[in-house]
Every structure is written in structure tokens, then in C-alpha cells.
Write a protein that binds this ligand. Structure first.
Ligand code: SF4
Length: 164
């Protein structure tokens, strides 16, 4: 008789424009929870952990950071298309700040950074994740609130039938 294969939650972790402090917290949480999570979670894309990146048929996509260019918007739209659930991670993803500070710059400061905006092909305005795609859950905080993150992950492990 074949051993039954443990179904895993297909997860992607993506960082857009940000300082990636929530990614650091996430890797620290992995150290603490690896015995419990690794048999249950398949990391399809998580640049901080591995080079392999497969953005296809994800159960949950975690999005850190604000969206600052057309190229990032396109990538986020692709991730949304491939993910059943999408979670905004940290204040920059949830509400746009502090990454979107330049939206509030006075006109003369905006003029000063104009060259950089053109050179790096940034969009005129920085957006939060929900300005671009629908969001299923938010993990607020700067960096993210670890307890909320663990609780969101637990919810999806149950919802997708990975744990009872
Ligand atoms: S929410 Fe805070 S910790 Fe997270 S990316 Fe933005 S500035 Fe960094």
C-alpha cells in the first residue's frame, strides 16, 4: 500500500518596494516553526529562501511593500491571477506608508526627484496593494505584526484542508 502524500499549502512570498523587514521577521518565524510548517507548506516562490520561482496555481501569495512602477503592477496582477488568496504584509503593502511618502512631497521636491522617477521608470504615484488588486487579508504593522501573520497562515492551513 502507498503512503498517503501530505498535501501542502502552495505559497509565494513577494517583496516589492520596501525595506524587507517583514521578510526578515518571516525567516525568523520559519526558524521557530520549521518543524511544523515545512511538512505543510510548499514555497513556490520566495527569493529570500531559494532561486526557484514558480508563480503558478498558488494557494496564498504574501505581498510585502508598495507598488511603485508599471512593471510592478503587471507582476502583481500576474500573481493575483495565479493566487487563490492574496495577503498584504506590513504597512507599506496595506496602506502604502511609509513607502509612498513621495506622493505627499511638495511640488518643488517633486521637481527635484523628477529625473530619478524617469531614470528608474517609476510611476508618478506610489500605490498600496489594494489600489492594484483585491486583497483577501491584511497583516498590519511596520514591520508586520507576527501574531497576525501566524494567525492568517493558520486560517489558510485550515481553510485549504492542510491541517484539521
Ligand atoms: S511596512 Fe515598515 S518594515 Fe515593512 S516594508 Fe514598509 S517600512 Fe519596511
Amino acid at each position: 500500500m502507498r503512503d498517503s502524500i501530505q498535501k501542502k499549502l502552495r505559497v509565494g512570498w513577494f517583496s516589492f518596494s520596501c525595506c524587507e523587514d517583514s521578510t526578515i521577521l518571516f525567516t525568523e518565524l520559519l526558524n521557530e516553526h520549521y518543524k511544523e510548517w515545512l511538512p505543510r507548506i510548499e514555497f513556490c516562490s520566495a527569493i529570500v529562501l531559494q532561486k526557484k520561482s514558480e508563480i503558478k496555481n498558488l494557494d496564498v501569495a504574501f505581498i510585502e511593500g508598495a507598488i511603485t512602477s508599471k512593471k510592478q503592477e503587471e507582476q502583481l496582477l500576474l500573481i493575483r491571477k495565479e493566487a487563490k488568496k492574496l495577503v498584504a504584509i506590513g504597512a507599506c503593502a496595506c496602506v502604502g506608508m511609509p513607502s509612498m511618502q513621495r506622493n505627499l512631497f511638495p511640488e518643488e521636491l517633486k521637481k527635484e526627484i523628477e529625473e530619478l522617477i524617469i531614470r528608474f521608470q517609476y510611476a508618478e504615484r506610489v500605490k498600496k496593494v489594494s489600489d492594484v488588486v483585491p486583497v483577501d487579508a491584511n497583516v498590519p504593522g511596520c514591520p508586520m505584526d507576527e501574531k497576525v501573520f501566524v494567525s492568517v497562515l493558520d486560517t489558510y492551513l485550515k481553510e485549504f484542508g492542510i491541517v484539521g
